[in-house]
Design a protein around this ligand. Structure first.
Ligand SMILES: Nc1nc2c(ncn2[C@@H]2O[C@H](COP(=O)(O)OP(=O)(O)OP(=O)(O)O)[C@@H](O)[C@H]2O)c(=O)[nH]1
Length: 383
């Protein structure tokens, strides 16, 4: 009858193979993101680690088995940390991570072969793993202002995993240089109960985090206009509702500006659909350049854009549309060798002091726009 630890190792071995395959397939199907490949390689290293633990007594000398186990453990955590740094665009040089791993290996080698010390031999690599896991936990939680639930969960799981390893390492170290059967028993209990649970929990949370990344990407795509890259109608409604509440709380003057390019059909007829598209892209870029980062720009369809702005001073808010009109009027759009002169009409509604919904505000601004069109175009009309 095999020891129960053997069965746990077999389970970990197969779980790691599966996780490595899952992340490899994620890498293949999710645009070959490097971090997914790192996660796959990380679980491959874990697979070697568990396989090494399973076959140790069959082929390897104890010291060789130990060095392979330590290096695979650190390699696995290092690759995972590197993957998380890539995903979060954290500027930690891989060489710094590699250096930490090499120091861990050198110290383990030293305390195994040169100046043998049981406690240090068993604990140094685990402490290095703890450092890697803590870096990962911090990197995940700190890379954006408001972390997603999946990121919070993944960060906590890395922290818990680091905690389990820290306890295991400290128990091993507290033996000193002499084998202590009681402490080793405790060390094995941590190693084969808390650690596998934390390991599997952490892996599942990483998968959940990547799935949540994908869901966010889809949501973003569903709210983005593919030609101009600004918000589409649906995206504008969703964001404008939140933004209006935010701005009104800050007692800002909120204006909704409806902008429609004049005689756009004629531009399409003269320069072709591609020329018309270029005009739409250039106009959206021009508007983005001349509004603030927090202002919202959406394309409502065709040649219609809508802008939501908040300004502390009412005159500032009112002047934005006039400034945009004048810039569009004065800036011909380059299309290949050609320069296309265009104008646009604007309808503006102020909604700071009124209890107006986005839909009503758009209707009012649209009516003002209609007046701007019917009174000769290239004009701004306030509702
Ligand atoms: N190139 C291009 N044209 C588009 C797109 N979406 C809509 N259009 C065209 O935009 C034109 C809009 O024309 P109209 O609604 O008649 O308006 P207009 O010619 O700008 O006239 P006024 O608004 O009255 O000044 C139509 O010819 C549509 O085919 C697009 O994504 N790309």
């Amino acid at each position: 009858m095999e020891s129960p630890f053997t069965y746990i190792l077999i389970t970990l071995f197969f779980s790691s193979i599966l996780l490595s395959i899952i992340f490899y397939m994620t890498w293949q199907t999710m645009g070959k993101q490097k971090y997914a490949l790192m996660f796959s390689l990380s679980f491959l290293a874990s697979t070697v680690l568990w396989a090494n633990a399973l076959i140790k007594s069959l082929f390897l000398s104890p010291n060789l088995y130990w060095m392979i186990g330590c290096s695979m453990s650190m390699l696995s955590v290092l690759l995972g940390t590197w993957g998380h740094c890539l995903r979060t665009h954290t500027q930690i040089h891989p060489a710094a991570l590699l250096m930490l791993g090499i120091i861990g290996m050198a110290l383990t080698y030293y305390f195994t072969f040169i100046s043998p010390h049981l406690g240090l031999r068993m604990s140094v690599y685990l402490y290095i793993d703890v450092v890697f896991l803590m870096i990962t936990s911090i990197v995940i939680i700190r890379h954006r202002k408001q972390s997603r639930p999946a990121e919070i969960g993944t960060s906590i799981m890395h922290f818990l995993f680091a905690g389990c390893l820290f306890i295991a390492a400290s128990i091993a170290l507290s033996q000193g240089n002499k084998f202590d059967a009681e402490l080793i028993k405790l060390y094995s209990i941590i190693n084969f109960t808390a650690l596998p649970a934390a390991y599997v929990g952490m892996s599942v949370f990483v998968i959940y985090m990547l799935a949540s990344d994908l869901a966010e990407e889809m949501k973003l795509l569903a709210m983005t206009d593919s030609l101009t890259n600004c918000l589409n109608r649906r995206g504008f409604y969703v964001h404008a509702k939140q933004q209006i509440l935010e701005l009104q709380k800050q007692a800002q003057h909120v204006c909704l500006i409806y902008c429609d390019i004049d005689k756009f059909k004629a531009i399409n007829d003269r320069y072709g659909h591609a020329g018309g598209d270029q005009v739409l892209v250039s106009i959206s870029q021009m508007i983005k350049q001349h509004i603030k980062k927090d202002d919202l720009l959406g394309r409502m369809g065709g040649e219609e854009f809508v802008i939501l702005i908040g300004r502390t001073c009412y005159d500032d808010a009112k002047s934005v549309a006039e400034r945009l009109r004048s810039i569009i009027n004065d800036t011909p759009i380059q299309y290949g060798e050609l320069h296309i002169s265009i104008t646009a009409s604007f309808g503006v509604v102020e909604l700071s002091s009124q209890d107006v919904s986005v839909e009503q505000a758009i209707n009012l601004a649209d009516k003002a726009l209609y007046q701007a069109k019917s009174s000769g175009r290239n004009k701004v009309v306030f509702s």
